[in-house]
Design a protein around this ligand. Structure first.
Ligand code: ASP
Length: 326
């Protein structure tokens, strides 16, 4: 073969090699990290650890939880929005994903466009709880104390946009008064302060309060959902206790960074669905007063539709309240 032709052939072969798709890397090919935008030991963290363990079994890879609390959940969310979109860094967040776009006007990431929804996980009831020696035993008595002592009382939350913040806003609006709010990096650390009596009141998911309520370590006045919760059968709903406008439940979802390939998001969603059927996860959720969502809600499409509807629901409420975090 003439030298020129051989060179051309070699060059073509080289091109062919370069153009051939790199052998598709199996997914996941290393540890998957789920970022929780609140401190360890709190309710979002508890849900994330159960999901991580069960997804890890299905994916055949370790799934670890990393806590990045602060600024109402926006620090952890930013970390994931800016992570490499290869499915190995995920965000497990709550209702804050629907309120942040309206509450924060200046963010270093796109709170909607920065993410690919993977699937919904659970909707968790909230409870209004107080330190053990709070001088009230019913919601009506608690409201009387709140009205009387107002800002002499400390109300804990996990920062602006956190579920505990929204729940506190609804409560203060319903009883038309204000309390001194103390922000924490998550309601895990806030619970420690409630247990030690340095915080008076808090509103938090049953995934963080059920065991302390049932052991008598804290007091509870109401569950903020329409139905009572099986794990707290004696706790009245806020409507039963005389405050029907005080209703809120907290949904959790899993997100990948924007640009994550669709086949990876799909694989993650399948693994999430398997995790949500895991008997250990289902049993622990039940002990903590919650249940996994139906399988057809643990999909990117159902998650996106629900998320967008919730953004639209909260926007007028936040705007009317003139509430901004920045
Ligand atoms: N429950 C917290 C909140 O108020 C967050 C957490 O620590 O999970 O949003």
């Amino acid at each position: 073969m003439p030298r020129l032709a051989r060179r051309a052939l070699l060059a073509l072969a080289g091109l062919g090699l370069a153009a051939a798709p790199a052998a598709a890397q199996p997914f996941p090919n290393r540890t998957v990290t789920i970022v929780v935008p609140f401190a360890a030991g709190g309710p979002t963290d508890t849900v994330a650890r159960l999901v991580a363990e069960a997804m890890g079994r299905e994916l055949g890879q370790t799934v670890v939880v990393e806590n990045a609390g602060g600024a109402g959940g926006t620090i952890g969310a930013q970390r994931v929005a800016q992570a490499r979109p290869d499915g190995h860094t995920l965000l497990l967040h709550h209702i804050g994903m629907a309120t942040t776009p309206s509450l924060y006007r200046r963010l270093a990431y796109d709170p909607i466009g920065g993410f690919e929804p993977v699937g919904l996980i659970t909707e968790v009831p909230m409870t209004l709880v107080a330190k053990k020696d709070f001088p009230a035993n019913t919601l009506a008595e608690a409201i009387a104390v709140i009205r009387q002592r107002r800002d002499a009382l400390n109300y804990a939350n996990a920062g602006i946009g956190a579920a505990s913040h929204l729940c506190g806003l609804l409560l203060m609006k319903a009883v038309d008064t204000a309390m001194t709010t103390v922000p924490f990096r998550g309601t895990g650390p806030a619970m420690q302060e409630l247990l030690s009596g340095r915080i008076d009141l808090m509103c938090d998911q049953t995934t963080n309060t059920t065991e302390q309520i049932n052991s008598g370590a804290i007091k509870a006045f109401a569950v903020t959902t329409r139905e009572r919760v099986a794990s707290l059968p004696n706790l009245p709903t806020s409507a039963e206790a005389g405050l029907p406008a005080f209703e809120v439940s907290v949904w959790h979802g899993l997100y990948a960074p924007k640009g994550t390939p669709a086949e990876i998001t799909r694989r993650l969603s399948q693994a999430l669905q398997v995790a949500l059927r895991d008997p250990r996860l289902v049993a622990r959720f039940a002990e903590l007063g919650t249940t996994p969502v139906a399988q057809d809600r643990a999909t990117p499409e159902a998650h996106r539709a629900f998320w967008m509807a919730d953004i639209a629901k909260w926007q007028p409420i936040i705007q009317a309240a003139g509430q901004y975090a920045d």
